[in-house]
Design a protein around this ligand. Structure first.
Ligand SMILES: *Cc1c(COP(=O)(O)O)cnc(C)c1O
Length: 432
């Protein structure tokens, strides 16, 4: 697979180079130069295939020999060894449960694949690779878990103090030998700025082998392409077309869906659902991209004021706003809307969405009512509701089962390093 940079169309990297670097040398983001069409058998044949097999078939076609088949197959089987249920809630609406991995959020897909790709890429190298991540909650624990125990990898995680849930914090700070967790006195955008500072600092990048694991790393995006295909195969029983509702923050999930569509997946429309951090809906409405500081909400993993995948999305549409509008509908929801959506889904279906999935459910439900009652809707349920007990009243808290992944979490040893929101402090830690 050859990739280019959104800032330099002539730049070229192989997949493994892009994985190792995270970000192209001159800035920008990596995107595949050509998106290989999906293997035909995935779009025509309706025999059920296990998810790791679907993943392998797509990865093999995209990577085009860069990793030997048997290695790639083993990586897919190991990375995606957890269930991916599609819950049909009524005739036209289903929830794709992406939260059955070790940290109970969809980010496990990308992080586990990335961890294994890094391990493959750095085999035989002497210098350790540092995975540097800013997290608004779920990324950090997914990356830490996805890279835990992988030889030669040191993970440095930054998260904003007071901006993640109690359970997210427990997950983030539970000790793994090769993971350092940093609690920054600032916002997620501060964390992201500090991480970007390190990548832009030649003293650091010359001395250390740094890579990113945010949704900016291309290895994080690929597995997200796989599950759109897997979901489509299950719901596309007739020709009504599938509409995906995507809870959106940094727009990695949406970008992967758009890539799947560009590879031939027949998707009718994407509904990008944000909380009040509504930079994308505003951009699609006005044509003006106006980044701003993030505001805290119930769906905190979507509290993003300057979504880092926006340049991938505009590149996929050749900067054409009209074609973006034709394919993506974007809407925002308040915390009150989110609570109402959680209550509504429970009353209707006895189904509990987490606050992120609930934002997408709310957008999907209204779109269905107003515009397209006949289409099939898949809401991406991005996190397990048990991660966000503070979002539910007592009545609902009781019906949420405690997943195995959370048992005993509060008793694990933990370690965290407080830090001011200053790049110099991060640099000192990295260079120490
Ligand atoms: C990260 C996250 C999102 C947002 O996904 P993006 O790819 O950043 O748009 C939504 N829901 C949950 C639970 C998340 O962890």
């Amino acid at each position: 697979m050859l990739l280019y940079s959104t800032l330099d169309r002539h730049h070229r990297a192989t997949f493994l180079e892009a994985v190792a670097r995270g970000i192209p040398p001159g800035g920008g983001l990596y995107l595949p130069k050509k998106l290989a069409p999906l293997p035909g058998q995935l779009l025509t044949q309706d025999t059920p295939l296990p998810f790791p097999e679907i993943a392998y078939l797509i990865a093999r076609s995209m990577l085009d020999g860069e990793i030997p088949d048997h290695e790639l197959q083993a990586i897919c089987e190991d990375a995606f060894a957890f269930p991916l249920p599609l819950r049909q809630l009524d005739d036209t609406l289903a929830a794709l449960e992406l939260f059955h991995g070790p940290t109970l959020a969809f980010k496990d897909f990308g992080a586990r694949f990335l961890g294994r790709m890094l391990a493959y890429q750095r085999r035989g190298m002497k210098r350790e690779t540092i995975v540097l991540v800013a997290t608004s909650g779920d990324t950090g624990s997914a990356v830490a878990s996805g890279c835990a125990g992988i030889d030669g990898i040191r993970v440095v995680l930054l998260y904003p103090e007071g901006k993640v849930s109690r359970i997210q914090e427990l997950q983030l700070t539970a000790v793994a030998a090769n993971v350092e967790t940093v609690r920054v006195q600032g916002t997620f955008d501060d964390c992201q700025r500090m991480v970007k500072g390190a990548f832009a600092d030649p003293t650091v990048t010359r001395a250390l082998a740094l890579t990113s694991a945010n949704s900016i790393n291309i290895a994080r995006l690929l597995p997200q392409v796989f599950y759109y295909v897997a979901a489509w195969r299950q719901v596309n029983a007739d020709d009504r077309g599938v509409i995906f509702a995507v809870p959106s923050g940094n727009l990695g999930n949406l970008t992967a869906g758009l890539m799947a569509r560009a590879m031939g997946l027949p998707v009718k429309r994407f509904l990008a659902a944000t909380n009040i951090n509504d930079v994308l809906p505003e951009y699609l409405r006005t044509g003006v991209y106006r980044p701003r500081p993030a505001q805290s909400t119930l769906s905190n993993a979507m509290d993003v004021g300057d979504p880092n995948n926006i340049s991938r999305i505009t590149a996929l549409f050749d900067e054409n706003l009209e074609s973006m509008r034709a394919c993506i509908g974007a809407e925002s929801r308040t915390d009150d809307d989110t609570r109402a959506a959680i209550a509504n889904a429970f009353a209707r279906y006895r189904y509990v969405f987490d606050p992120h999935g609930a934002v997408a459910y709310s957008v999907a439900d209204r779109y269905r009512e107003r515009h397209d009652p006949g289409a099939k809707f898949v809401v991406l349920a991005t996190a397990h509701p048990a991660k966000f007990p503070e979002a539910y009243g007592g009545d609902l808290q009781h019906v949420i089962p405690l997943p195995d992944q959370l048992r005993g979490l509060a008793d694990r040893p933990r370690q965290v390093l407080p830090m001011r929101a200053r790049y110099e402090d991060l640099k000192a830690l990295l260079m120490a």
